[in-house]
Design a protein around this ligand. Sequence first.
Ligand code: COS
Length: 383
Amino acid sequence: MAIDAQTLQQLLDTVASFVRERLRPMEDRVAEEDTVPSEVIQEMRELGLFGLSIPEEYGGLGLNMTEEVQVAFELGRTSPAFRSIIGTNNGIGSQGIIMDGTEEQKQKYLPRLASGELISSFALTEPEAGSDAASLRTSARREGDHYILNGTKRFITNSPEAGIFTVMARTDPAKPGGAGISAFLVERGIPGLQIGLPDRKMGQKGAHTADVMFDDCRVPATQLLGGVEGQGFKTAMKVLDRGRLHIGAVCVGVAERLLGDSLRYAVERKQFGKPIAEFQLIQAMLADSRTEAYAARCMILDAARRKDSGENVSTEASCCKYFASEMVGRVADRAVQIYGGSGYIADFGVERFYRDVRLFRLYEGTSQIQQLVIARNMIRSIQ
Ligand code: COS
């Protein structure tokens, strides 16, 4: 469902000023303390940011993909840690329920996810199953009215804060690959579920990941997503198709932010008696970053529109995630170069973004996985 143009513009303006006036001044503090202050999270709730993509009937804003990526462009203009807090409720943590959950499961969880009262996590990756997600080993054995879960999930975003986990686990050990995998909605606090200590990461301080461990964890059978076994891997893949477009859009936002900062710095900073922006070698870097950020923005909007019109955009979503995440890496690298020595010094903030953006090429599928998905879909299309 789409909202009207005026409401969308109001939302985009509100998010833009929230990012500019509230979040940007706080970037250093959040990185230093590795925490987003609770009053900021409360403001995000009040702005409706936890429910951007959750249908209106369940209390969300019901944005379509084209609208959602535009919000992500704006949210990208500050430390990615802020976006990460609302990221799972809008993306990988809620989309499985929206796409494949039963009506009862939707009623039970979506309103609380939309309001931000409940934080969600998506538990697919394991110590021995990263890119090869279909090889996951966490098991879910049926015993009467329950499933007994055993195994460990790794690098689970927002797990230290989450109240509900979408967990991919193997219900049929006889079926190799994706076919034997089912998805479960596991609530925090049930016996046998434990969250590890937050990981110590390269960047994106303020956004937390941790291991999620299951030790004979008894999950009621009613928590099987959609009430059907064997669908979990497909659910995960569909969720990631959508998530990859969103991440691509965040990369565009970060790139545009860094470009704005680099441009201002180049105009102000003087060397050899004039602003460095007047030197053609600096201009080349600015122009390359501008061109690439523009290309990524266009392709994400195109893919989002196609998705909204009902097309299968698995290939395009991977193209967008691949190009945009690599692009923002190059833009961040050029930003450090334009800032020169200052780009390496923490006070200027550029080095923090340089570390933050490195994650985009890894999570929700590495660049190499995106290449593989794109090429495999191409080859399949002519067979
Ligand atoms: N939408 C719907 N269904 C999909 C799909 C998609 N985008 N992609 C795959 N499927 C289905 C396939 O159609 C297939 O179904 P059938 O068995 O009925 O034909 C099934 O899922 C298995 O697909 P496939 O054989 O392609 O699976 P593979 O094990 O070969 O691996 C990749 C697929 C590598 C693409 C997958 O494992 C992947 O995306 N890995 C990266 C995981 C990831 O992004 N992790 C990040 C952490 S989560 S934040």
